[in-house]
Write a protein that binds this ligand. Sequence first.
Ligand SMILES: *[C@@H]1O[C@H](CO)[C@@H](O)[C@H](O)[C@H]1NC(C)=O
Length: 269
Amino acid sequence: MPSIALRVLSMFSLALLLAPTAIAAATAYGRLMLQFPNFWPDGPQQQSTLAVGNEDVKVPVTLGVMSRCPDALICEATFDKVVPQVADKIDLSLEFIGKINDSEPDFGVTCLHGPGECAGNVQELCAAKYLDVQQWWPYLKCQNFNGRNKVGEPDIALKCADTAKFDWLGSGVGLCAGEDGSGKGAEGVQLLKDSVRRTEELGIEYVFPTSIRRDDINVVDINRKSCTVLINNKPVCIHDGAWKECEDGHAPEDFIRQINAEYEKLNMV
Ligand SMILES: *[C@@H]1O[C@H](CO)[C@@H](O)[C@H](O)[C@H]1NC(C)=O
C-alpha cells in the first residue's frame, strides 16, 4: 500500500532529521553526568511522565462537558461503563465549556444552558476536587439521573451528596460550592473560571448563538464540541448530536482499549 510506504519513508526522514538533535542531547547529557554524577541517579529515562519506582503514572482522561448538555449525559453514560474497568489507571477530570463574561453577576461565566448549568458545573468541579473518583462519579450520576434540567439545583446538589454518601460540609465540597448548595461558593466559582479557560486552551469550544456572524454557515453547529473526550490530553472522540471524529471507536471497550494502551506506554509495561 503506497500510503504505508509513504509513512515509513516520512518516519525515516524524520529520524534522519532528529538524529543530530538526539546526538547533541546525548552528548550534553554525558557532559552533565560527568559534572553531576547523581543528577539523575537512575538515568534520564525516569524523568517527567515515565514511571518512577513503584508508583505508576495514571493516564489523564478528561471529559470536556457542560453539566446540562444532552451530549455530556451521553458521554458520561458511556464512561460509566469505562471508569470501573480502568479506575486505578486513570486520573479522570471534567473540564467545562462556557464563556468568561464579567457581566454575569454570580459566576462571571456565561453557560449555554443558563446560570443553573454554571451552578451544576461548580458543584461537579468541587466534588471532583474534594472526593475520590469512587465518590464523585456516583455524585455526577445522581445529578444526571434527576434529569439534566435539574442539574445545579440546590436541593438536588444536597440530595445527591446523601446518595453518594458524603457529608456536604465535612467533605469540603459544600464549602467549595456554597453551603446552601447554590453553586455560588467563591472557591467553586474560581474553579469554574479556571476550567473554562483551560477548555479554551484545549480547543474545546462552543460558539454561542450570539456570536453567529455569518449567514452562509451555521457556525453554531460546526463548532459545538460538547462532549469532547481526551485521553492523555489528546482529543479522541466527540459526541455532538452523534459520535464524531472517533478514529478508534466510541464504545466503552474502545475507550478502555485506548486507555490501557496509553497506560502501557506511560509505564512501559
Ligand atoms: C454576558 O452576560 C450578560 C449578563 O447575563 C448577558 O446579557 C450577555 O449576553 C453575556 N454575553 C455573552 C457573550 O454571552
